[in-house]
Design a binder for this molecule. Structure first.
Ligand SMILES: NC(=O)c1ccc[n+]([C@@H]2O[C@H](COP(=O)([O-])OP(=O)(O)OC[C@H]3O[C@@H](n4cnc5c(N)ncnc54)[C@H](O)[C@@H]3O)[C@@H](O)[C@H]2O)c1
Ligand SMILES: O=P(O)(O)OC[C@H]1O[C@H](O[C@H]2[C@H](O)[C@@H](O)[C@@H](O)O[C@@H]2CO)[C@H](O)[C@@H](O)[C@@H]1O
Ligand SMILES: [Mn+2]
Length: 443
């Protein structure tokens, strides 16, 4: 098995230590020759990198090299894979994305509604630069992207790099939901085969099978209706916010029993409830700053101080394992099935071809080979088309520097709806994002 050279773009991410633990766990499936971290923030990355050195020395002695750098040429030259997880504006800007809509009575969420729009308009420029630079130094590398909002990033990269067939955007949410299905069924996630359609953070499982072809959908639905639904992945199992989110799946299934929903649909189906439960001074960004970010940085200090993993509480998580298993299937032509984000081109037969949809695909060395979904029902089609128009208008607005398209986008979004409210939110977001967004022109 050829050993891979990997760069993690966003080496300072709160997810990097989990990714490192997952690379160790998955080393038989995805063996590595070298790991490099790249980040624009040297100090943030160094903390994670120094801790990673301690982990790798103990748990991956056969790795030939580990480096970290802020130099793109050093980082990207000759890599086989780039795993991208950057956050333009950091968690501080995430907090603004959540607070501003909430102050106007609309959903304040990282990837949904106005918050997703604001984050998307920040991510696009940096993501285009990252892809251009990876391509300069590693023309054949696979670029696997987690950077959010993945739907808007995927649409922008589709337009910017129409001929590049080695960029793949993915999301761990369907996989994290499948971890919970697996727990209900007494199985491993990798034993399950999903049927799924939608946009990123906006989709449904139509069925779940095991590898022998047995349909398990009703077992899952009945278990959720009888016992509720909880997160099971190590990263979120004890997180009160994720526990609340997973519990909402039971409500969604009672109201709309046809399919098993992605958890993110709660923001579009119950926007008023989502606003009511929020505390504007303690939105998710603040919880992450005081929670995951602090925990990861404390772990780094322990690892560096002890020069050993003995007292560090390190876990493998689905976020890391999912990206790595996707990479392994592409690298070794495994043809395994994963839910990924690809251009529609008839997969959902009654949806426009140029939509970036989230569907299962067999991943081979020639890229994702998505399975046909066919025609989707009116309710889901209507919801998807509204959301898709929102996403496309946001990307149009970025390219055309067009204020009016953003106003249209927000007015269309189910989390906003009201035009004056859309305008008020947009004007506040513009003030806070001057450093990041293009300067917009009004008609
Ligand atoms: N697709 C998914 O399902 C999924 C799942 C989890 C996280 N994510 C995304 O992963 C990213 C990381 O999340 P986080 O909470 O760890 O954020 P974070 O702020 O902790 O980490 C992001 C890192 O990226 C760096 N960075 C910012 N701009 C950069 C650039 N242009 N080039 C290189 N590095 C840059 C930052 O300095 C930081 O160290 C976010 O975009 C998040 O939304 C996506
Ligand atoms: O609010 P956060 O920062 O905790 O999470 C936001 C992300 O949520 C989803 O991803 C993952 C999570 O990151 C991961 O650790 C895993 O264990 O469970 C979550 C649910 O799948 C979402 O898919 C991402 O796009 C968000 O960035
Ligand atoms: Mn996601």
């Amino acid at each position: 098995m050829k050993k891979q050279n990997l760069v993690v773009v966003g080496g300072g991410s709160t997810y990097t230590l989990g990714m490192v633990m997952s690379l160790i766990e998955e080393k038989e499936n995805f063996p590595l020759k070298s790991i490099t971290f790249y980040d624009t923030n040297a100090e943030r990355q160094e903390k994670i990198a120094k801790a990673t050195e301690v982990i790798l020395k103990e748990k991956y002695p056969e790795l030939e090299s580990f480096n970290y750098t802020t130099n793109r040429k050093k980082a990207f030259s000759d890599v086989d894979f780039a795993f991208v997880q950057i956050r333009t504006g950091g968690l501080q800007m995430r907090e603004k994305d959540e607070q501003i809509p909430l102050r106007h009575g609309a959903v304040g969420q990282e990837t949904c509604g106005p918050g997703g729009m604001a984050y998307g308009l920040r991510s696009i420029k940096d993501m285009i630069e990252v892809v251009n630079d990876v391509r300069e130094y590693a023309p054949d590398a696979w670029i696997l992207n987690y950077t959010n909002p993945a739907a808007i990033v995927a649409e922008a990269l589709r337009r910017e790099f129409p001929k590049d067939d080695k960029i793949l955007n993915i999301c761990d949410m369907p996989a994290a939901i499948m971890v919970s299905y697996a727990k209900i069924l007494g199985k491993e996630i990798w034993d399950l085969v999903p049927e799924y359609f939608g946009l990123n953070h906006f989709g449904w499982f139509t069925d779940i099978y095991d590898k022998e072809g047995n349909k398990l959908t009703d077992d899952i639905k009945n278990a959720i209706k009888d016992n509720g639904f909880l997160p099971e992945d190590s990263e979120i199992i004890n997180d009160p916010s994720w526990i609340k989110t997973f519990k909402q799946v039971e409500t969604m299934l009672n109201d709309f029993p046809d399919y098993l929903p992605n958890t993110y649909l709660q923001y579009y189906l119950y926007p008023s409830q989502m606003v009511e439960k929020e505390d504007v001074e303690n939105t998710r960004a603040r919880q992450v700053i005081n929670g995951r970010e602090k925990r990861v940085h404390d772990q780094c200090e322990t690892l560096i101080r002890d020069n050993s993993t003995e007292h560090a509480d390190l876990e493998v998580d689905i976020h890391g394992c999912y990206m790595i298993r996707v990479a392994a299937s592409l690298a070794y032509n495994n043809g395994d099935t994963f839910i990924v984000i690809v251009e529609n081109n008839g997969i959902i037969s009654n949806l426009q071809d140029d939509a970036m949809v989230e569907v299962p695909a067999s991943l081979t060395a020639r890229g994702p080979k998505p399975f046909a979904v066919g025609s989707i029902p009116t309710f889901q089609k209507g919801l998807i088309e509204g959301q898709l128009a929102f996403e496309k208008l946001v990307v149009d607005a970025w390219y055309e520097k067009d204020y009016n398209k953003l106003l249209q986008a927000l007015t269309l979004n189910r989390t906003v709806v009201d035009a004056p409210r859309a305008r008020a939110i947009l004007d506040d977001l513009i003030k806070e994002n001057k450093e990041f967004w293009p300067e917009l022109a009004k008609k």
